[in-house]
Design a binder for this molecule. Sequence first.
Ligand code: ADP
Length: 505
Amino acid sequence: MIEYIGAVDQGTTSTRFIIFDHDGNIVDFDQKEHRQIFAKPGWVEHDPMEIWDNTREVIQNTLEKTGIPGSRIKALGVTNQRETVVVWDKKTGRPFHNAVVWQCARTHDICRELIRDGGQDRFRKTTGLPVATYFSGPKIKWILDQVPAAKRAAQKGDALFGTMETWVIWNLTGGPDGGVHVTDVTNASRTLLMDIHSLSWDPEILSILGIPDSGLPRIVPSSDPEIWGVTSADGPMGACVPVCAALGDQQAALFGQACFEPGEAKNTYGTGCFLLLNTGTAPMASTHGLISTLGYQLGKELPVYALEGSIANAGSLVQWVRDNLGLIETASQIEALASLVADNGDVYCVPAFSGLFAPYWRPDARGIIAGLTRYANKSHIARAVLEATAFQTRDIVNAMNLDSGVPLTTLKVDGGMIHNTLLMQFQADLLNVPVIRPKVAETTSLGAAYAAGLAVGFWSGTRELKLKWAVHSILKPNMDEQVRCKVCAGWEKAVERTLGWVDSG
Ligand code: ADP
């Protein structure tokens, strides 16, 4: 009997369910977008119940259209938008507040106070992270501080906290009726609450933030032969399928790109953009604005760490051009619009919508379009929009080269934006290294499926997975050094002008 692996990919813009076969090929999938809720400038929320409903729907639809019963899915892995948090009632399963999304800047004041009391790097040694609105801990604190019912429940031990994989796994395994409350090491490493050396919640940070550990999930490996639970037979899978793998989306992409050796890196171009470099079994500290994070952990093996450069806005800038400016109807149309001109016409766009993440970590920055002249038209803006992602990536690569001491020689890429050849060519030109697109571009779901399959022996080990990875296409650099210097100088000037826009006080 043919068996499969299922992956739930709970992303920032949508939720997907994908079925993979033993060759690592996609059998079929279903996907549903959820609402982006912008209550105030700089705030971003999602409705956790909408996301859970969508998860159920995409699983059911995929099983239905393939005719594959849940009982033929050997194991389930979950990958997710990271840092986004939900606080919910463990008796009813109802959230106390919308999910506070990773891009949301509402914890600005909380972070400012933490920084004032101990500096931006006060938790870096323990957590690998700077204090920033990006991470989960301050978001949980915000909900507990602002929602009295959540605070009361947390004090009584009736509230559960979690990132999105925790929320999805809890619901898949029974919800209020015995759902398992776990988080994998990669997601836990984004909370600003976990000691990345001991892989446990740090009591001192919890006490500084006023977060009771009773609501926190159990920290587990990313791929775990000690299965956490099974899906409810009366749930969307319609069968008891082992749930035994979870990885934050970027770590899942690292895994799906088979970056199993120290020195191997990938960059994912989705809503944001995230470059991760495998640094082996010890965390590497960054002195150039990157973060140290968990890459993955397989069962009882030593954890693998990564250096990461996180960019908050990449594809989301394209969405903004589509939804807020109305210059295009679909994201992919931006390539044709940008191709109408030969260059950016000296226009630069810096999407610091909720501040700048790596390597700047400046919550006071806000977005700009700079260098406008009467000559500039919408195609120049489209080009500047695409180039923004490549420039931001270059900033990260520069920091990574300095931190690791080993210059990057090629870049493996994935994510929705890599189908944009104009962008990928510009990226190769700017970095002056070849950019490699893989055959399976859905590396995030693939990584979660790989992790689940390893846990149940569907695949034998990382060596077997490595053999499955294959190249789709390579874009070779082709830009004059003088041109590169000129455009990079323009970008740096534009970034400079975004800083300090939000008054502190
Ligand atoms: P996520 O997993 O973060 O939801 P995806 O990897 O699915 O994101 O990529 C979707 C993002 O990529 C969207 O923000 C969209 O605007 C952008 N995008 C998709 N196709 C293109 C394209 N051809 N050119 C530029 N941007 C694109």
